[in-house]
Design a protein around this ligand. Structure first.
Ligand code: SF4
Ligand code: SF4
Length: 197
């Protein structure tokens, strides 16, 4: 069975069978403790409890394009507090992974930033606090880059004054070759569906 309007009756089964930790949702009793505990619930379009309701209601598009699943910062509060011991954080990451694999990009900015972050770690083995924002800010063009740079300039100055940002470029770490081998392996695992975001 497939979609009827924006209702997909097979979506819950799809999640239970394909999303990492997806079948744990069956245990949810909708108490709302996870949503009430989540530090980001006010920023989320659908806090975790609501995501689980939408899955049961067959709202495939709404769930897989939700920015909430990409916003989760893995603070683990929900997992610790859930009275049913549901690994909410793992389900959220499982959903984010599944959404990306299926061509959904719930939060374009997050995905762009993540890509640039990954590139830099692969290149030099660490984050250069000047170079990463520069690449990210200018991804949408020169004018947008200047606007972004100006709006974050006070943070940049503070980081520099507190020695959190150097003027010279960061160097590659010593073990960069070994690190790249690990990252290549992780990427292959992810392509095979064995790792989470
Ligand atoms: S705390 Fe656990 S049982 Fe309660 S709504 Fe969240 S996931 Fe469901
Ligand atoms: S792990 Fe994610 S979903 Fe759970 S409380 Fe923290 S931010 Fe919210």
């Amino acid at each position: 069975m497939r979609k009827n309007g924006n209702y997909d009756p097979s979506f819950a089964r799809e999640v239970f069978e394909n999303v990492d930790f997806g079948d744990e949702i069956k245990m949810c009793m909708q108490c709302g403790v996870c949503a009430a505990s989540c530090p980001l619930s006010l920023q989320m379009d659908h806090p975790p409890r609501q995501i689980f309701t939408l899955i049961r209601a067959g709202k495939r598009e709404e769930v897989l394009s939700s920015q909430a699943i990409m916003l989760c910062t893995s603070c683990y509060t929900c997992k610790v507090r859930c009275p049913r011991k549901i690994p909410v954080v793992d389900v959220m990451h499982g959903l984010a992974n599944y959404a990306l694999k299926n061509g959904f990009v719930p939060r374009k900015d997050t995905a762009n930033f993540g890509g640039k972050f990954w590139d830099q770690v692969y290149r030099i083995g660490r984050i250069d606090e000047k170079d990463l924002p520069r690449r990210y800010f200018f991804a949408g063009g020169f004018v947008e880059g200047i606007k972004n740079t100006l709006s974050f300039s006070d943070i940049g100055i503070k980081m520099f004054l507190h020695k959190r940002m150097k003027l010279l470029p960061e160097r590659k770490i010593k073990g960069i070759i070994s690190l790249r081998k690990m990252l290549d392996k992780a990427e292959k695992m992810q392509e095979r569906g064995g790792a989470s975001v």
